[in-house]
Design a protein around this ligand. Structure first.
Ligand code: GLN
Length: 451
């Protein structure tokens, strides 16, 4: 049924870069056979899922939305892919994304934008717009995303779906193509909080193949989602996340959510996190710095595209020609910025300062969590904007992640869930819930209570 739905609507939505029809049917049949033999089935047996094209899949193309990896077929599965298969999930295909997950709209994909199912002339958010759009268009009931600065939560907000960035280190990064290694985190996307929890439980947990993976028990997110109760819980409203640039209808729906939490028995207080105003600036130094180092591996020798290799040129020239042709504008911009920020003489002024701001942000969170259990804010300052509107204005694009970036810098857990439609444009608004590191269960407890 999901393959039929994809065939009917994906020409318009363009959530998928690759639909693995045969593979999905074979996986589904294998589940049926297992069931017929009376074998024990995985926890998500037979449930279809759309996988962001950043997770490697053995034998299935993985492009990361880039021409530089067009036609590359990975020889191995990411840990997340493997865990999905072990859970008997049926992987439908790979979803569209901003190139190397750099963007907030999915317009930076080398393979064309994805439309927001709520209004196809608008962006679905980014970088994981394909995953969230596939849920909103009912092409898949579950999807996987990655969140470096908001790429799970921001598209969730713009498509009225649920998206969770787990605690950094909670989900393995092995086989997840690296953008900014100290920020990247894979996580679940779904249409309900409980669905997201069921997926979270399958993909989370220690992985010896990822050196930053946390070797501790995963919080019981499924029990928390089933509990869904906020009585006596202390909720902090982040003061810095409102004001100029925040759409009136977004704030209206947010304020209604605050009231609802009060009615449900939560104790709501205002908290201040003054360093959050510097988060965007720090992020746009740290993320490009790490990307300039991570993307050095795309040298035309090891993977994917190779341009100008006709015997007349040396390796360095082939690398340069390949990168010129294979990387898009935003990726080049970030590599240039990052290389500059890391260069000797500028390192302390840019990268060093940004790391100090990162520490201040982490301390702001630490202080806030001394007096509250969770923090809340709008997920994004505005609803989905029209395709093309911010494409030539990187600064305007970067603002879409204003509220999501602090959690990546601090490494804690955060969720976006729908909280109604903005009255002025009828488009979805997202509510963000933030919990301390390794308290991912609190997101599900609060989310399920107000869903
Ligand atoms: N929009 C942010 C960026 O462009 C975040 C992207 C992400 O989370 N992958 O870097």
């Amino acid at each position: 049924a999901h393959l039929a739905r994809i065939a009917a609507v994906d020409e318009k939505v363009h959530a998928f870069l690759h639909v693995d029809r045969e593979g999905a049917l074979a996986q589904a049949r294998a589940v049926d056979e297992k069931r017929a033999r009376g074998e024990e089935l995985g926890p998500l047996a037979g449930v279809p899922l759309a996988l962001k094209d950043i997770f490697t899949t053995e034998g299935i193309p993985t492009t990361v939305g880039s021409k530089i990896l067009e036609n590359w077929i990975p020889p191995y599965d990411a840990t997340v892919t493997k865990r999905l298969k072990d859970a008997d999930v049926v992987i439908l295909g790979k979803t569209n994304m901003d190139e190397f997950a750099m963007g907030s709209s999915t317009e930076n994909s080398a393979f064309g934008p994805t439309g927001n199912p709520w209004d196809l002339t608008r962006i679905p958010g980014g970088s994981g717009g394909g995953s969230s759009a596939s849920l909103a268009a009912f092409e898949a009931p579950l999807a996987l995303g990655t969140d470096t600065g908001g790429s799970i939560r921001q598209p969730a907000a713009m498509t009225a779906t649920v998206g969770v960035k787990p605690t950094y280190g909670g989900v393995s990064r092995y086989g997840m193509v690296a953008f900014s290694s100290s920020l990247d985190q894979g996580g679940p996307c779904a249409r309900t909080v409980l669905d997201a929890a069921l997926l979270h439980a399958v993909i989370a947990g220690h992985d010896p193949l990822d050196s930053t993976s946390i070797d501790q028990p995963v919080p019981d997110v499924v029990a928390a989602a089933r509990q869904g109760d906020v009585t006596g819980l202390r909720v902090g409203v982040v003061k810095e996340f409102r004001g100029e640039g925040y759409q009136a209808g977004v704030m209206q729906r947010f304020d209604e959510s605050v009231e609802l939490l009060r009615e449900l028995g939560a104790e709501v207080v205002e908290v201040s996190c003054p360093s959050f105003t510097k988060a965007l600036a720090a992020y746009y130094l740290i993320a490009p710095s790490e990307c300039s180092s991570n993307l050095a591996r795309f040298d035309a020798m090891r993977y994917g595209l190779r341009v100008g290799d006709d015997g007349s040129r040396g390796a360095e020239e082939v690398t340069a020609l390949t990168r010129e042709a294979g990387f898009g504008d935003e990726v080049k911009r970030r590599v240039m910025l990052g290389t500059y920020a890391l260069s000797s003489g500028y390192y302390d002024a840019y990268y060093g300062s940004a790391q100090k701001v990162r520490t201040l942000i982490t301390r702001d969170f630490g202080k806030a969590f001394e007096s509250v259990d969770v923090l809340i804010s709008p997920t994004t300052p505005t609803t989905a904007f029209p395709i093309g509107e911010r494409a030539d204005d990187p600064m305007a694009m970067y603002l879409a992640d204003l509220c999501t970036i602090p959690s990546n810098l601090a490494g804690n857990a955060a969720m976006s869930l729908p909280c109604g439609l903005a009255p002025e444009d009828g488009l979805p608004v997202g509510l963000q819930i933030i919990a301390p590191a390794m308290a991912d269960d609190r997101l599900y407890r609060v989310g399920a209570a107000i869903e």
